[in-house]
Design a protein around this ligand. Structure first.
Ligand code: MN
Length: 273
């Protein structure tokens, strides 16, 4: 035992001092800069939080990209491909000439090298993904033209002025609900509430849904609760978690509110597999 201890001391004394550039780097949550993605390459409100910027011989970058409902990249390709990890919400991805595919929280997308594609949020939901991209000769993305509204089906930006042949067929949810009686309120709902507040990176869409659903249960607002429960499922809350919130809120907001909300939840859950 004594010998082992002595050997350990000797080894410790002999080991070279750690060089500063060998230090493990921890970038603390909440300390990284969030920037707006450039309008030249993105449609709608898109926030970028770089998680890792490569230096020296490194080639892989990582960034968290938050898309407001309907926001999206331009068409582009990556010389060495790209991996997208969807961390919140519901989105869309499409390769040139292929179908538009739905992607949800927890899905992982790999884009092969050189394939022209776009990615972004669904029209009715914000979406956040982590993008991991390797650079070739210092370049990770070849940008091309913006994705036209007509190319994205339902992924049109919230609050955008509809244009093109399908314009009238694509009102936002707020426009459909109250555009006729309160058009300004519909516009504020799309542009400020869902286009800005819900897209802010300070809370994930999932956490915003939990807060919103909790408030609507407590306030006994079954109509708004119905649409927000559907949005909550889209944003990654599970049925079990919503059931747990109902039980929790019975104690804080009153038994009758929770019982009423359970009936609404049953209806919404029945529409989802
Ligand atoms: Mn890409």
């Amino acid at each position: 035992m004594k010998e082992l201890l002595a050997a350990t001391v000797v080894l410790t004394l002999l080991s070279p001092a750690l060089a500063a550039d060998d230090a493990v780097q921890v970038s603390r949550a909440g300390t990284r800069t969030v920037t707006n993605a450039p309008a030249q390459h993105f449609t709608g409100a898109v926030k970028v939080e770089m998680l890792h910027t490569p230096s020296g011989a490194q080639r892989a970058s990582a960034g968290s990209v938050g898309f407001a409902p309907g926001a999206r990249t331009a068409w582009h390709s990556h010389p060495l491909g790209q991996t997208l990890i969807v961390t919140a919400g519901v989105g869309r991805v499409q390769r040139w000439g292929g179908p538009i595919e739905e992607i949800r929280s927890g899905d992982v997308v790999h884009i092969p090298p050189g394939v022209k594609h776009w990615h972004g949020a669904a029209r009715g939901s914000a979406m956040t993904h982590i993008a991991i991209t390797e650079a070739l000769d210092g370049k990770s993305t070849d940008w091309q033209e913006l994705v036209a509204d007509a190319q994205v089906g339902d992924a049109m930006p919230a609050g955008a002025k509809p244009t093109g042949p399908h314009a009238e067929a694509q009102p936002t949810r707020a426009q459909a609900l109250l555009g006729d009686v309160a058009p300004k309120l519909a516009q504020l709902t799309d542009e400020v509430l869902f286009g800005d507040v819900w897209a802010r990176p300070g809370l994930s869409p999932r956490d915003r849904s939990l807060a919103t659903v909790s408030a609507l249960i407590a306030l006994n607002r079954p109509d708004q609760l119905r649409s927000h429960l559907a949005r909550a499922l889209d944003n990654g809350l599970s049925k079990d978690e919503i059931s747990e919130a109902l039980t929790h809120l019975a104690f804080y907001s009153g038994w009758p509110n929770a019982i009423g909300a359970a009936g609404v939840a049953r209806e919404v859950f029945a529409t989802r597999p």
